[in-house]
Design a protein around this ligand. Structure first.
Ligand SMILES: [Zn+2]
Length: 123
């Protein structure tokens, strides 16, 4: 006789369920990743996250600009800014010549070559 055909029902335990690998939803990314949370939509690449946050901030800002009160306030602020620019244009067009900052300022005048050779011998 043949062996009895047993239909084995294989079911995964509900506990050990983990979300499947997904594709990152950010446009232009498309990386596959293993989500840590069920509602995670983007891969955790730092550059991708930065871009996502940027995009979210831009969207938030765009939505905010739709608000009529915000529009009025912005128009008022721009009006004031134009008035200020009309009253004192020199303050904006001629910023004070500030001393050099950053790497260019460091050690330049301390080095004797900055004065001796580089300044006297043009390339
Ligand atoms: Zn991504």
């Amino acid at each position: 006789m043949g062996t009895p055909h047993v239909k084995a029902k294989r079911r995964r335990p509900a506990r050990g369920r983990r979300p499947r690998r997904r594709v990152c939803l950010r446009k232009g990314c498309g990386r596959k990743y293993q989500p840590r949370r069920w509602n995670q939509r983007y891969c955790q690449d730092p550059e991708c996250l930065r871009q996502v946050r940027r995009w979210l901030a831009a969207r938030r800002q765009a939505k905010r600009r739709q608000d009529a009160r915000v529009k009025v306030r912005h128009a008022q602020a721009e009006k004031e800014r134009r008035q200020r620019a009309k009253v004192a244009p020199e303050a904006i067009e001629n910023p004070e010549v500030a001393p050099a900052r950053g790497h260019a300022a460091e050690n330049f005048f301390l080095s004797p070559y900055a004065i001796d050779q580089a300044a006297t011998n043009p390339p």
